[in-house]
Structure formats: C-alpha cells, structure tokens
Design a protein around this ligand. Sequence first.
Ligand code: SDX
Length: 438
Amino acid sequence: MSKTETVTLIDNSTGKQIELPILRPSNGTPTIDVRGLYKKMGYFTYDPGFLSTASCQSSITFLDGEEGILQYAGYPIEQLAEHSSFLETCYLLLDGELPNEQEFKQFSTIITCHTMLHEALKRFYSGFRRDGHPMAIMVGVVGALSAFYHDEINIHDPQDRMIAAHQLIAKMPTIAAWSYRYANGLPFTYPDNNLSYAENFLQMMFSMPTEPYKADPFYVKALDLIMILHADHEQNASTSTVRLTGSSEANPFAAVSAGIASLWGPAHGGANESVIRMLVDIVESDNDVQYYIDRAKDKSDRFRLMGFGHRIYKNYDPRARIIRKTCHDLLEHLNKEGKDNEYQELFDTAMELERIALKDDYFVSRNLYPNVDFYSGIILLAMGIPLNMFTVIFAMSRTVGWISHWNEMIQDPESRIGRPRQLYNGALPRDYVPLNKR
Ligand code: SDX
C-alpha cells in the first residue's frame, strides 16, 4: 500500500496541523492512518460502533456495501455458491487460494480425521439443563476445548495455528450436533468419515441407533450452501471479538468461544431465530404485515424488522438473494415430494414483508434491505432444524472465518493487543467523603 498521499488535519484552536498518510487498499475504501494522531496532536478519534474505522489490514474477505458485493479472496460469493463446497471454501479462507485436487484431498482427509471429540467432553454436556439454549452449550464446550488442547499449542508456530484451525473446523459439527442431542435426550452420535461435511452433520443430528438414516440430498446441498454463505464476512462483531480476544494471545479455542458469545446476540447472528419468531407472529396475527412494518418504523417501539438492515450493505445483501432462491427451490422440492410444507406460508409472508417494506420510504430512505438472516431460517426449519439451533449453524459455519482472521492477525507484524481509548465524560477529580459525612 502506498503511504505517499496524505490528508492535512488542522487544529483551528491552536493552529497546529498534522499530515496523516492515506493508505490505499487493493480494493474498496482508502483509509487515513491516524496512528500518529495522539502522539503528535494529543487527540483520539471518536467512532462508537466503528462505522468509519478500519481495525486492521486483511486479505480474506472484501465487501462493497453500496454495490452489494461479497468476495472471499476475490472470488464472488455467487460463483462460490454455485460451484464450490463449504470445505473447499474453508481451504480458500484459510489459505487465500483455491486448492488443487491433491491439496483438497489432503485437507478433506485432515478435517475428516479430526471430527471426534474427547470422550470426557460428554460429561461437560450433562452439566447443562436440558432446556438450556444450545448457544450457551456451544460457548461452554468450545471454550472447554482449551482445557484439552491449550498446552499443545504455540500460537506463534504457523503449523500449530493450522492444527488448531483444523481441529475447530472439524469438531464444530460434532459439538453442535451433540448440543441438539443432549437437549432432546437423545444418545450422542458419532461422525461418519464416509460422509461429506454437511451430510455428516445431518446424520449426527437426526440419525437414530434403531434404524438406518440417509439425509435428503436436497437438504445436504442446501445446508452446504448456507454454510458457504455464512463462512466469513470481514470485520463483523463476532469476528472483531475473536480478533480482540486473540490479540491478548489467548488461545484460539477461547477466542472462538468469545466469538460464539458475540454472534448469539439478536442484532447479529441471533437474528435468524428472531426472524422466524417475527414471521410466526405475523402469520398468527392473520398476516397483518402492515402492523409490523408500522411498529418497525415507530421510534418509540424497540421492535425492529428482524433480518432487515445491515451495517455495511446499503443494498440487497447478496447472500439473501441466493438464500431466497434456495428457499424457493427447497419448498418446491417439498411440495413435489408431497412432504408436509407448513413453511410455505412463512416464505410467502416473508416475501410479502419484503415487497411492502421495499416500497416504504422509511426503509428505502435508510437503505434497509433483507440481510442474510431474512430467509435462512425458513430453509433450516424445513430441514427439521429447530429454532434454537439456527445460530449454532451460523457459528458452525463462521468458525472458519473466525479462525482465518485469528490466524491472519497473529502473523500480522502490525498486530498488537487491542486496547481502544475513550471520550471520558465522568466526574472530575474529587476527595473521598467519609460515610458519616455524606
Ligand atoms: C448479521 O456485520 C456483519 O457483517 C453481520 C452479518 C455477518 O455475516 O456477520 O452480516 C450477520 O448480523 C446480519 C444482521 C442481522 N441483524 C438483524 O437483522 C437485526 C435487525 N437489524 C438491525 O438491528 C440493524 O439493521 C443492524 C444491527 C443490522 C445494523 O445496525 P446499524 O448499522 O447500527 O444501523 P442503525 O441502527 O444505524 O440504523 C440506521 C437507521 C436507524 O434509524 P434512524 O436513527 O436513521 O431513524 O435504520 C433504522 C435504525 O433505527 N433501522 C431499522 C432496522 N435496522 C436499522 N429500523 C427498523 N428495522 C430494522 N431492522
């Protein structure tokens, strides 16, 4: 990146000025390097929510919110969705290049051979209430992996970092499926090394020891696609959490556990669960869509249109467009198979909500479009995945994004412990007053 261009900052109160370098990216928005600002001018920058702040350099994922563009290592998400697989996408995000046949075979074998969990981890689940949210279990169990692998990893050794990445990518489906099995009083299932990543997860979720199980190929393909679309998304809240946690040199299992906790929030990864609850409420209110649109616009009402809006996308989220088509195709498949399809009504309601909102100036003027969470839940429901497992699926997919960013951060020479400052507006210095004098 070039540092020859600068911007001049003039302090009109003192006349002092500073030249701040402009850093040119390979693609996207240029940034002003403010690292010298405090030392030279005595100022912090103020940017709650980091709307205008680049926290790091990264080559993993590129977003253009205005144009609705998402690329993993330069490959458009639309092309990866059509031609790639989740496991190949994992390789791309970790390595930065698509694998050749030999590389992909080797990577797939490594992941397949790490899917088992230490048997002692089973006892960890039994400490949770059966009705505990699976995301609480995920935070606990993934964090507990530190107890099994912490001493074996030197985070400054690239090979150790890759082993940790492979362990997390491989074990997340087993951990996720076991959280479902435990919550439903079902026996823990084991990975089947003969199955693909998505198919293996579905068999660990739904197979029974009493009869043979074969996942519907349509569900396998839809789940693999959903995981490709959720794999990474630049410096979102949970990825930034993993980076900040990892910047203190905490081990990657603890850092990913922190990312899971951040993803759980309904403003972030928890939105897919909230979208379905909202759609069910609308259906049960005899489809009074306008009532919910009006509530979302009412500033005195905390209700927001879940699955709508995005910090970056001021255009249609490209993932939402792909998921909406997949949702339509899956429901058509269910109808053709004559399978029970109570989800069509949810899909029709979601489409109606989108149609009305995108004609309403409140949403149009604020560039609020459907995001990745708006339609994804309907697909997961149709596969028989319960509501409280939706964000677990998101976490299972996003683990590769988290660990890729963690790995990039650890090897970045400019990386240092994350420690933001603040704009202090508290009390000025004052003396302690004894209790009997207050
Ligand atoms: C994900 O960052 C990522 O990349 C995240 C993600 C990923 O892959 O990691 O893409 C995944 O988290 C998707 C987002 C899922 N969350 C939701 O669907 C929850 C509903 N959405 C909103 O909570 C909101 O849109 C956010 C949290 C997604 C974005 O919040 P911002 O950027 O802080 O938006 P904002 O609050 O500044 O909104 C600007 C205006 C405000 O109104 P005004 O103050 O201008 O009058 O838009 C309004 C907001 O009130 N607004 C909404 C709205 N989203 C924003 N109004 C009603 N319904 C909404 N959904």
